[in-house]
Design a protein around this ligand. Sequence first.
Ligand SMILES: Nc1ncnc2c1ncn2[C@@H]1O[C@H](COP(=O)(O)OP(=O)(O)O)[C@@H](O)[C@H]1O
Ligand SMILES: [Mg+2]
Length: 255
Amino acid sequence: MPVHSSLATSDALTLTNVTRAFGALRAVDDVSLSVTAGQKYAVLGSNGAGKTTLFNAITGDFPPTSGRIYFFGEDITGLPPHERIRKGLRRTYQSSLLFRDLTVRDNLFLAVRGVANGRYSLRRARDGHASTLATQELLERARLTHIADEFVANLAHGQQRQLEIGMALAGAPRLILFDEPAAGLSPAERKELVALLRSLPSHMSFVLIEHDLDIALRVVERVTVMHNGKVLKTGTPEQIENDAQVQAIYMGGKH
Ligand SMILES: Nc1ncnc2c1ncn2[C@@H]1O[C@H](COP(=O)(O)OP(=O)(O)O)[C@@H](O)[C@H]1O
Ligand SMILES: [Mg+2]
């Protein structure tokens, strides 16, 4: 894979002029941004701004129709999604993809095994012991040890979202894309989510799609605001919070 010569070596993720069209609609329109290694990043924007489509382009679920995507300097624009997972890219989805009839522990075990195999699989593991240890570690990291043996179907909404984050943490990811993890959470669950996001290792980057500005501003170092598929503004949380154009377009509708 060619390495882009103009990229900063500290960049974990770089998008250059990424566009994703669906017919005549440019859901993502000429977006450029970079996330440095270890950086915590947020993408804000109202419904339909193109945030999830941006994630789909990054993961390869709906690859860009033009533009390039680099992951730690490597051009991954044309790679299939599972190859990107192998390289340490993870995501969570807006709607839950958990196995509802299994326990928390078993869901995490499957995530561990899936990553080990390069794909999700129910096959029995040869190195089952290592996977069991990794599962225990994930339970602790995602703060789920106390409900390890609960069935997912019986969990509160916030616990399910927490488990999705735990699944994404399997296999030492280098960068995680979180799609609205706070959606539908109670204030107490939001607090727990903020604590979890803040407890992630400093070398791990993430990009958080978030509607609630208060949550985003408490956990990230850099923010991009999208509007109609385009980048409206990129800056520090303080710059974004105080930006007149952002206030008019994004926050204007909410307050
Ligand atoms: N698979 C798809 N096919 C056609 N249109 C899509 C598809 N995915 C998203 N869109 C459209 O792209 C636009 C951006 O959607 P989305 O990325 O989901 O926005 P956001 O996540 O910011 O709410 C919307 O107009 C949506 O209808
Ligand atoms: Mg979305």
